[in-house]
Design a protein around this ligand. Structure first.
Ligand SMILES: Cc1cc2nc3c(=O)[nH]c(=O)nc-3n(C[C@H](O)[C@H](O)[C@H](O)COP(=O)(O)OP(=O)(O)OC[C@H]3O[C@@H](n4cnc5c(N)ncnc54)[C@H](O)[C@@H]3O)c2cc1C
Length: 406
């Protein structure tokens, strides 16, 4: 085998897997250099980044969520703050924890342990698809696994904006019947976006209209789909993680927390399997354990998926009544605790009530930490300085971080 693990996709999910596999022979594949493919407003609970020692990427901490509806705004102070962060910085921090090799190439296909890419073929004992909503490898093995009716679509721009709190607008009659708009401040700027719950694209004119209401003009645009329903976490021998496995949450569109959470867990499972003398048996057990892990979260996913489907069908007055109820401190605390606490925190705390399917011998408590050796060699805060690796066995553009020689 060329590698122990091949990971296609080097964003949240793929990098979280790689970060757990230091010391193993890991190949990361992506079209783009690390940290250059942001497609997200990058809002997440502070606790997620704290748990993974990624706080250095935080740009702005927010202590309230604000929901604007026609005629009424709802302000929810949060005891557990959210933040907006610098995508590139976060990716670099994760990347520094791994000693993976990066090949700038598009993954095209997988056949057992062989991944065919735009830059040649590579063989790995385990293969992970972390290519986002397209699930490039998974959908080659199982055509039809990416279902358009299970995708949301989001479009965003970054503009000058001073404000505090994460703001959402729900205006089904005026702006978008099946979706929301948002403004996530990041200091002097904000990521302002619009997302459709029915996968509707062509949102540019609506975003322009919304920006006009805020007295802003768009400054570039980027957008993509994001799933709102779980898919299979393994297909044949292949592991899928993050949006590739449909792990983005419905209703809120929160996909970073699950991608980091499941990526960290999957990396940990793969490490355990690769430490075993019989890789093939251990990897098959890892697949089983990973499927059980994801299955344990299915009820939470289904609830949010249901809420997303129901929201546009409910009368606005009823939605406002629910939002008003959540303004009550006791209700607000309970709802937020349920939302934040009952779903992946970024800290692998396997074994709580959403894990009925996981046998005790497959659980581990606490988060997989970097080993003492890793902690000593990783250098958080120092941007990666990629260099060309002339010793590459393939014709690919191979980049290896200079951490090895540091
Ligand atoms: C407009 C918008 C705003 C959002 N805002 C938020 C937010 O504020 N908070 C939040 O939690 N979630 C947000 N989300 C959702 C979140 O961005 C995703 O759930 C998250 O990015 C999923 O991470 P991932 O690593 O699975 O996939 P991605 O981040 O999509 O990364 C996939 C990676 O795979 C690479 N890739 C793709 N195809 C190939 C290939 N063939 N070969 C090799 N590499 C490939 C890509 O270049 C990319 O680096 C938002 C989504 C959108 C669209």
């Amino acid at each position: 085998m060329d590698y122990d693990v091949i990971i296609a996709g080097a964003s949240f999910a793929g990098l979280a897997v790689a970060a757990q596999l230091r010391g193993k022979r890991v190949l990361l594949l992506d079209h783009k250099p690390i940290g250059t493919g942001q497609t997200s407003a990058c809002g997440t609970p502070v606790s997620v980044l704290r748990a993974l020692d990624l706080e250095a990427a935080i740009l702005h901490v927010h202590h309230r969520l604000v929901v604007h509806t026609p005629g009424r705004d709802f302000v929810y102070p949060v005891t557990e703050p959210f933040c907006t962060f610098d995508y590139q910085r976060l990716c670099e921090l994760l990347w520094q924890r791994s000693d993976a090799e990066l090949v700038l190439a598009g993954a095209l296909d997988v056949d057992g342990s062989t991944v065919r890419t735009s830059q040649g073929s590579f063989r790995g004992a385990a293969v992970v698809d972390a290519t986002g909503w397209r699930a490039v490898l998974g959908s080659r093995l199982r055509p039809g696994m990416v279902r358009r009716e299970r995708l949301n679509f989001g479009l965003e721009t970054t503009v000058a904006y001073s404000g505090d709190g994460l703001h959402f607008w729900y205006d089904p009659r005026g702006l978008l019947a099946m979706g929301v708009t948002w403004a996530f401040p990041t200091g002097a700027l904000a990521r302002i976006g619009i997302g459709s719950y029915d996968g509707r694209t062509q949102l540019g004119p609506r975003l322009e209209h919304f920006l006009g209401q805020l007295g802003r003009q768009r400054n570039g645009l980027d957008g993509t789909y994001f799933p709102h329903a779980l898919r299979e976490p393994t297909v044949g021998d292949l592991f899928l993680v993050g949006d590739a496995a449909g792990q983005c949450l419905g209703l809120t569109g929160e996909g970073i927390r699950p991608a980091l959470f499941f990526g960290t867990h999957l990396g940990h499972l793969l490490r355990q399997a690769l430490d075993h003398s019989d890789h093939s048996v251990a990897l098959s057990q890892a697949r089983d354990a990973y499927r059980r892990l994801v299955a344990g979260y299915r009820p939470g996913y289904e609830l949010l998926c249901l809420a997303q489907r129901a929201l546009p069908r409910l009368p606005l007055r009823l939605v406002q009544a629910v939002m008003a109820a959540i303004e009550q401190p006791a209700v607000r605390r309970a709802v937020l605790a349920r939302y934040i606490g009952s779903f992946p925190r970024g800290v692998p705390t396997v074994g709580h009530r959403y894990h009925p399917g996981i046998p005790a011998d497959r659980r581990w408590e606490g988060r997989p930490r970097m080993s003492a050796r890793d902690s000593a060699t990783a250098r958080p805060g120092v941007p990666a300085q990629p260099r060309l690796n002339a010793a590459s066995e393939s014709t690919a553009t191979t980049i290896r971080d200079n951490r090895e020689s540091a």
